[in-house]
Design a protein around this ligand. Structure first.
Ligand code: SF4
Length: 225
């Protein structure tokens, strides 16, 4: 039996965050997230309620401005990418928190079809994905949902993209790195929360000091999705 995923939206744009920033990318956004970040800009993805389930066509039609979700399996998602005529070779699986689901069938099917796969996750759930996928952990520490960032998620990360606004967020990241479970060559990026001026200044200063990367959320400056 094929695994179905609750899909909130699928769209093509530029990746605006982290190491893959600037690349053409197809975003596959899964519904459902229990983490509860106060600055979350995708709150509409938090709950998977049956009354908000809609047909796949509605989710794929961006002009419908649907805030519902549709059940789709890997083949239906692949078919949708072809039907929509998307040209990007990178597929970003995001959410919500996509690691609520077993992503091995979806990532495997995408890789087999010739796509590169990137995962964006909070690091609070076990990561079930193809070994060839690029994993971006954006650690969400001490959020309302009460989840811990897992050692096994940090260990799988190719990239740790940390949201920062104040010094305490740098200290949180230092504490995660002090666990020493990350890959020696992991890429580290700081992402200013909500483009706040002070957050951006702190992130720039720290990236220069530590030789880290700035994740500027390019899409927000370009005012694209
Ligand atoms: S983990 Fe992501 S989707 Fe979930 S609340 Fe935090 S920012 Fe929002």
């Amino acid at each position: 039996m094929s695994l179905h995923y609750p899909i909130n939206e699928i769209f093509q744009t530029l990746q605006g965050e982290g190491c893959q920033s600037g690349r053409a990318a197809i975003f596959v956004r899964l519904q459902g997230c229990p983490v509860g970040c106060p600055w979350c800009d995708t709150r509409h993805t938090w709950v998977v309620t049956p009354e908000r389930q809609v047909p796949a066509e509605q989710v794929l039609d961006r002009s419908s401005q649907s805030d519902g979700w549709a059940r789709m399996d890997s083949q239906a998602i692949l078919h949708a990418l072809q039907q929509l005529g998307y040209t990007a070779k990178l597929v970003v699986i995001t959410g919500g928190e996509p690691c609520l689901y077993d992503l091995r069938p979806l990532s495997g099917a995408l890789l087999e079809a010739g796509y590169e796969v990137q995962l964006e996750t909070s690091g609070t759930q076990p990561i079930l994905i193809h070994p060839a996928a690029w994993v971006t952990v954006s650690p969400k520490v001490a959020m309302k949902g009460g989840f811990e960032v897992l050692d096994e998620a940090l260990a799988r990360a190719d990239e740790i993209k940390h949201p920062v606004a104040r010094e305490k967020h740098i200290e949180e990241l230092d504490a995660l790195l002090a666990r020493r479970c990350h890959k020696p060559n992991v890429q580290i990026a700081l992402q200013p929360i909500s483009q706040q001026r002070q957050a951006t200044a702190l992130a720039i200063r720290t990236c220069i000091e530590r030789n880290w990367r700035l994740s500027a959320q390019l899409h927000k400056y370009l005012q694209i999705d």
